[in-house]
Design a protein around this ligand. Structure first.
Ligand code: ATP
Length: 429
């Protein structure tokens, strides 16, 4: 119950059945899909289980799930083969006798005939069995229908076929409308907003967020989702029953985070910073050229992954060998060797040289040691110098990126794009 004594959103749980899922041979995509679908409808997902094909295990798992949740959705094991034991196991658990449904049986026979298979095999008749009092949800794509069972305590147990397309169809056609009808005034849809950040580690991000939201977060919960390239901040609000103010509360929290986002946030539909950079280049009518050493073309790839990149991306040079840096880009060899191939001087020279060669308004230069070999005490593996040349101004930075070769390369490309975005937005890079 919520504070005012009104029941909160119904708790839901998902049970997926199949030895192949339990052993990790198949990925449980039904479980993730169902969890999202139930949350979208407005239930509170409280647990997910994966169980094998053994009846006693199916029963133990479904019993646990029913202890936790008012609605339990089970998928898999409704077919006619000997490893399909879900229907009988759950019926037995709930003390419901299985009865053959005339209409279902006729439909099954018709399906078989229509496909030219002749008579329905004896074993397939199990798909016409319905636990006493159970509701049948038609399966538009397969033989086994979905089933809705109710426990004496009023909890619901929904059984769905395991084939993903069939599971989704039965859920959308049958389960979702049923849940909306049954729990009408208790559903609380979940609204998410994802904020992308760069250039700030998770722990520091959390500290800054906590400072900015010290006065409260308007019932919005936060999740920190780090990956190789940055941390996504996911804001979640539940829509209240009276008025759908969830979006407004998300906006209020986002506004409060303003100073942090100004420094470390970026907006990208796809989640890729390259998209934001591309937009900024387009808006500023800028053109880009890239000279990459240790990133081997990663920046060029990310920029040209964008549809319409020909409007701002002129080209790139993978200047791996020193002869390419000097020969093709025209960087004088003597100072490059004196300053070092991985140095501020060389990164800056690469950025400026490629912009002049390709006649662009922006040039990028990246040079570093991706590893695993090639490091030294002064320049350990992960040391990268990167530079942005923009209309006669030049910026460069040295960083020590952690991780293996591919992580160092990916992080170096990302950091360079981040610096470019800062420069284009007129911020301190
Ligand atoms: P049907 O009624 O059509 O025979 P079923 O209910 O018997 O289906 P299963 O036999 O358990 O379903 O699975 C059928 C197929 O669907 C298998 O290829 C299985 O790997 C896949 N599948 C089952 N469960 C999941 C799941 N949770 N995630 C992804 N795929 C699944």
């Amino acid at each position: 119950l919520t504070g005012e004594g009104i029941p909160g959103p119904p708790a839901a749980a998902v049970v997926t059945v199949g030895d192949e899922l339990l052993m990790g041979e198949s990925v449980d995509t039904n479980g993730t899909w169902l969890a999202q679908a139930l949350a979208r409808v407005g239930l509170a997902v409280v647990g997910r289980w994966v169980t094998g094909d053994v009846p006693s295990e199916i029963q133990r798992t479904v019993r646990s799930a029913l202890d936790w949740a008012e609605v339990v959705v089970v998928t898999g094991g409704l077919g006619p083969t000997p490893d399909d034991r879900t229907r009988e196991s759950v019926a037995d658990l709930l003390g419901l006798a299985l009865e053959e449904d005339e209409e279902l049986l006729e439909r099954l026979k018709g399906r078989f005939r229509a496909r030219g298979y002749g008579h329905l095999p004896e074993k397939s008749r199990v798909m016409a069995l319905v636990p006493a009092g159970g509701g049948v949800l038609p399966n538009p794509l397969g033989a086994a229908p979905g089933l809705v069972l109710e426990t004496p305590e009023g909890r619901l147990c929904v059984l769905l076929p395991g084939v993903p397309a069939e599971m989704r169809a039965v859920f959308l056609d049958g389960v979702e409308p049923f849940l909306r009808f049954r729990f009408e005034d208790r559903l609380q849809g979940v609204v998410h907003r994802v904020i992308h950040t760069a250039g700030i580690p998770e722990s520091l991000l959390m500290t800054r967020v906590e400072e900015l939201l010290a006065e409260g977060s308007h019932g919005v919960s936060l999740a920190y989702l780090p990956d190789l390239l940055g941390v996504r901040l996911r804001l979640t609000a539940r829509a209240s029953r009276e008025a759908d103010d969830a979006e407004a509360r998300l906006t209020r929290v986002e506004d409060r985070l303003g100073p942090l986002l100004e420094q470390h946030g970026y907006q990208a539909e796809t989640g890729d910073l390259a998209e934001t950079v591309g937009r900024a280049l387009l808006e500023g009518e800028e053109t880009l050229a890239v000279a990459e050493s240790c990133t081997g073309g990663l920046i060029s790839k990310r920029m040209t992954d964008l549809a319409g990149s020909s409007h701002f991306f002129r080209g790139g040079v993978v200047a791996y060998a020193n002869e390419v840096k000097s020969g093709l880009l025209g960087i004088p060899e003597e100072p490059m060797m004196r300053e070092g191939v991985v140095s501020e001087w060389t990164a800056k020279a690469m950025a400026e040289a490629v912009a002049r060669k390709l006649q662009t308004s922006v040039g990028l230069g990246v040079t570093g040691i991706a590893g695993p070999g090639g490091g030294s005490p002064e320049k350990p593996v992960g040391t990268v110098w990167y530079a942005v040349w923009h209309q006669n101004r030049i910026f460069a930075r040295r960083e020590l990126f952690l991780g293996d070769r591919s992580a160092v390369r990916a992080r170096a490309a990302h950091a360079t794009l981040w610096m470019l975005l800062r420069v284009l937005e007129g911020k301190d890079p």
